[in-house]
Design a protein around this ligand. Structure first.
Ligand SMILES: C[S@@+](CC[C@H](N)C(=O)[O-])C[C@H]1O[C@@H](n2cnc3c(N)ncnc32)[C@H](O)[C@@H]1O
Length: 227
């Protein structure tokens, strides 16, 4: 985390924030606070390519927003999306997602329901992120995949941003080790990372964090298989 004033931009405000965004952007991909549309499509292509082809699976998109990330998967899989922004969920439903209103800290599904569960650009808004991860992990079936994408606290660009924006509300940020420790605690194996070097298309994959990817990747994804 870099100087976020705890409690000042709490969950309630993020909910309001994303409801307003959905209204303003009429459910376009810009609702989700991507740098621009191109950045969204680059991330989606890279992350879904890394996740691998999914067909006939039961999938959970945690913090699905307007559903743009999952819309293609929804054509050949049963995709469920949970979010606390009602306005966003209306658009997600139009994109073929089975929508559920709720908070990721208390996911309304039984244990082991999903083959795949991912959450893209969401945990940085959740103070109680460990509990959210625990909940997402709980609903993945043994042998299933959990994938989380978020902001890389260790990147030099993020550190510079924090330095010049002291006192501003920030999203939470994470190191790869921090999330990998949580994945291990929650019973995941075969942990791997995907590092995205936006605004460039460039990406790398790692089995363990390395010198270059830790410092230069602005966002990263982590995935693991539930034991
Ligand atoms: C940056 S958007 C990402 C949306 C989508 N995953 C995507 O990549 O297009 C973050 C989403 O997470 C949702 N969100 C944030 N905190 C949440 C929480 N605690 N429970 C449920 N949804 C949450 C917001 O409402 C918003 O739709």
């Amino acid at each position: 985390m870099c100087g976020r004033k705890r409690g000042s931009m709490a969950e309630l405000n993020w909910k309001e924030y994303f409801n307003n965004k959905a209204k303003t952007h009429k459910g376009s991909v810009m609702t989700s606070d991507y740098y621009n549309e191109k950045s969204f499509y680059i991330q989606r292509e890279n992350i879904l390519g890394w996740l691998g082809v999914q067909k006939g699976k039961v999938i959970l998109d945690g913090g699905c927003g307007v559903g743009a990330f999952s819309e293609n998967l929804a054509k050949e899989n049963e995709v469920h999306g949970i979010d606390f922004s009602e306005e966003s969920l209306e658009y997600a439903s139009k994109r073929g997602i089975n929508t559920h209103f709720g908070n990721l800290t208390s996911v309304p599904f039984e244990d082991g329901k999903f083959d795949v569960c991912y959450s893209i650009g969401v945990i940085q808004y959740i103070h109680d992120y460990k509990n959210a991860l625990k909940e997402l992990a709980r609903v993945v079936k043994p042998g299933g995949t959990l994938l989380i994408e978020t902001l890389n606290e260790e990147s030099l660009q993020r550190k510079a941003y924090c330095l010049f924006n002291k006192g501003k509300d920030f999203d939470l940020m994470f190191s790869k080790k921090q999330l990998s420790d949580v994945f291990v605690e929650l019973g995941f194996k075969d942990i791997e990372f995907l590092t995205l070097y936006q605004p460039f298309y460039f990406k790398t994959t790692e089995k363990a964090p390395g010198f270059f990817d830790r410092r230069f990747g602005i966002t990263f994804a982590i995935k693991g298989i539930k034991m």
